[in-house]
Write a protein that binds this ligand. Structure first.
Ligand code: IDP
Ligand code: MG
Length: 149
């Protein structure tokens, strides 16, 4: 089983999409093992997007991501990292396929509703950045015997 860091961004919260997005994650079979609502502190936002620090959009990105509450979570399951990236769709919502979260719920690159880690290294780094170990709940979902062979 693999864990990934997922976050519904402030636009997703403001637009009332939290329930719809969580439902897609849950019905896929992915298990939410940690979740909270929090407005990211500036230092956490800068650290989260450190790989983009030199990009022209970095200032706007950090301003946006700290502008209101987000819903950070840790999601677990088979190939969770790539499965969440597939559910999310392409970075630019106008390029994202219909049926994906970004393809169905967004129109603008800077308002693309959701984040998902892009690799095992990013997932480990981002989970540790946003959550303490004690906030992660290991448990068995009742449907696991029917989800996995
Ligand atoms: P990802 O979220 O699909 O992994 P990244 O390339 O890691 O995409 O970019 C991180 C976030 O930065 C994107 O989700 C998007 O919100 C924002 N972003 C990326 N490229 C641009 C851009 O060219 N203009 C404005 N915002 C951008
Ligand atoms: Mg990324």
């Amino acid at each position: 089983m693999e864990r990934t860091f997922v976050m519904i961004k402030p636009d997703g919260v403001q637009r009332g999409l939290v329930g719809s997005i969580l439902q897609r994650i849950e019905v896929k079979g992915l298990k939410i093992v940690a979740m909270k609502m929090s407005t990211l502190p500036l230092n956490v936002a800068r650290e989260h997007y450190a790989e983009h620090a030199k990009k022209p959009f970095f200032k706007d990105l950090v301003g946006f991501i700290t502008s209101g509450p987000s819903v950070p979570m840790v999601v677990e399951g088979k190939d969770a990292i790539s499965e969440v990236r597939k559910l999310n769709g392409a970075t630019n919502p106008t390029a994202a396929q219909p049926g994906t979260i970004r393809g169905d719920f967004g129109l603008d690159m800077g308002r693309n509703v959701i984040h998902g880690s892009d690799s095992p290294e990013s997932a480990a780094r981002e989970i540790a950045l946003h959550f303490d170990e004690v906030e992660l709940s290991g448990y068995t979902r009742i449907d696991e015997a029917w989800l996995y062979e």
